[in-house]
Design a protein around this ligand. Structure first.
Ligand SMILES: *Cc1c(COP(=O)(O)O)cnc(C)c1O
Length: 496
């Protein structure tokens, strides 16, 4: 019998929402994040599960959470998402190198793991709107430091009933990331460069979301303003799938026995990807440690070690920009679980964070985090790791994945734990050619990002990934720029 799962807020509002409602509204009325009323279990029928392809497994997992979607609706979304837009029909390949497994989540159209969720979210939204009989247009507004923007553009391009608007800091993204966005096709896509940095872009977007007059105007025109950021459960749920997929693949290759535990290392920023791994474990996936890897911005490492979350520090800009984050929004969901559903405690914690800049959890709560291990690797360690792994096995990691590997090395030498381990590879090295090629040989430092795309392909004796092939020659379709103080006016021009 199918069990219905509902969603409620992390901040105390007990009202139960359908999954379609949680997806459309993104966050709860009280500002909290939606979490499932319970985490569904999956019967680990290994022999049967390991024969499923990615899309079949995706249905198996996602249908446990999105219980008000019919089988046909959910399967439609899955087929629309995971298809020839990916450069391999395996969707999420596993590479065994240097004694670990790299779970490659970068084979989608924009070469970063964000594609795993953002290629399905637009379709889930479209169906959810239909189900709820909301005859409205969805306006997706996003500030990006690189990967999210392009993945959202690609996902929402030409999806009926939606518009997508991306603001990016003109001087704050890599050349390849910028070019990926500016060449985006699709009538419903808008890309705007702003003068300022990522924080300015994010602040501007947040101000628009909080502006009641603007929101009323949007409402009057029968539109819903939403965001594509990683707190939407429509992004979280699809991310659970690939952890099962990886496990079953290793099992199928007879590298582990059914039920044997594995470790999972996740290069972490907003805590979305690793939270999905946590959900997978709670559903019944045999996982020993969830290893949370941070870069120089080691807020989460400090938190796991001390129980104190302290954002009172400078944000350090690194070559793994998607992990340059001081407030990991998705942690809020785990906090509620750790204090056994007592939302008043979560509210107090979040209050402390915004008013004092830090919070401390009780020893009781800290116990709930025992299944995690937090560690960080600074930029120089990641660079060295890229070089070492390439020299040992000719495997080229991007700077985010390299943080994961460098952290895993520290874990190994500290714990001597020989459990088989999966490192999540979150981006293609082709997206960060300058840092990656520079890491393996000084001689590449004189070339620009685009020249290095070809050099990287030669080095790997591999073809250039579809997503960035001929990117230098594609025409620039988006030329809008605006001052960081004028984002609302710019958006109004587009919408009204
Ligand atoms: C977004 C991103 C991350 C961080 O993922 P979170 O879910 O925010 O923790 C890591 N690596 C890459 C390449 C990313 O794009």
């Amino acid at each position: 019998m199918k069990k219905n799962i509902f969603y409620h807020s992390t901040r105390g509002n007990k009202e139960k929402k359908l999954s379609s409602e949680a997806i459309v509204y993104g966050i709860a009325d009280d500002g909290g994040l939606f979490i499932p009323t319970e985490i569904p279990k999956i019967k680990m029928d290994y022999n049967q599960l390991k024969e499923l392809d990615y899309n079949e497994l995706a249905y198996r997992i996602m249908s446990k959470y999105l219980t008000d979607f019919s089988e046909a609706e959910l399967k439609y979304c899955i087929e629309k998402a995971y298809n020839e837009k990916f450069d391999t029909n395996i969707i999420a390949p596993l590479e065994k190198k240097t004694g670990v497994y790299f779970l490659e989540l970068f084979h989608g159209p924009t070469l970063a793991f964000k594609d795993m969720a953002l290629s399905i979210l637009p379709h889930l939204l479209q169906i959810a709107l239909e189900k709820l009989n909301l005859n409205k247009e969805m306006v997706i507004l996003t500030a990006t430091s690189g990967d999210t923007g392009k993945a959202a553009l690609e996902g929402f391009a030409n999806v009926p009933g939606t518009k997508i608007i991306v603001f990016f800091p003109q001087e704050g993204v890599s050349e390849i990331q910028k070019r990926q966005m500016l060449t985006q096709k699709g009538e419903n896509t808008h890309v705007i460069g702003i003068s300022g940095n990522f924080d300015d872009a994010q602040r501007g977007v947040k101000e628009i979301f909080e502006n009641q007059i603007f929101k009323d105007k949007v409402k009057k025109r029968n539109m819903i303003l939403s965001s594509a950021n990683s707190i939407n459960i429509g992004r979280l749920v699809p991310q659970i799938v690939y952890y099962f997929y990886a496990y079953l693949k290793i099992l199928k290759e007879n590298d582990i026995k059914a039920g044997e535990k594995i470790n999972i290392v996740v290069p972490t920023g907003n805590f979305g990807n690793i939270l999905a791994a946590y959900y997978a474990r709670e559903m019944g996936l045999p996982v020993n440690k969830l290893i949370c890897a941070s870069n120089d911005n080691r807020v989460l490492t400090d938190f796991f070690k001390s129980g104190i979350y302290d954002r009172r520090r400078e944000l350090i800009m690194t070559i793994s920009p998607s992990m340059d984050i001081l407030i990991s929004s998705n942690l809020e969901r785990l906090l509620l679980i750790a204090c056994h559903g007592k939302a008043d405690q979560v509210n107090k914690i979040l209050n402390d964070l915004s008013e004092k800049g830090f919070y401390k959890i009780s020893p009781d709560m800290k116990k709930e985090f025992n299944g995690f291990y937090g560690e960080y690797a600074i930029q120089e360690e990641a660079i060295q790791c890229i070089r070492e792994v390439f020299e040992r096995s000719e495997y080229l990691m991007d700077p985010h994945t390299a943080v994961g590997h460098a952290v895993y090395k520290k874990y190994l030498s500290e714990t001597k734990d020989r459990t088989k381990t999966v490192i999540v590879a979150t981006a293609s090295p082709f997206k960060f050619t300058k840092s990656v090629m520079g890491a393996i040989d000084e001689k590449y430092k004189k070339f620009d990002d685009f020249e290095l795309i070809e050099k990287m392909a030669d080095l790997l004796q591999n073809s250039i990934p579809m997503g960035i092939k001929d990117i230098k020659k594609k025409s620039i379709l988006h030329k809008a720029v605006c001052n960081k103080g004028k984002m609302k006016e710019k958006l109004a021009e587009i919408l009204f």
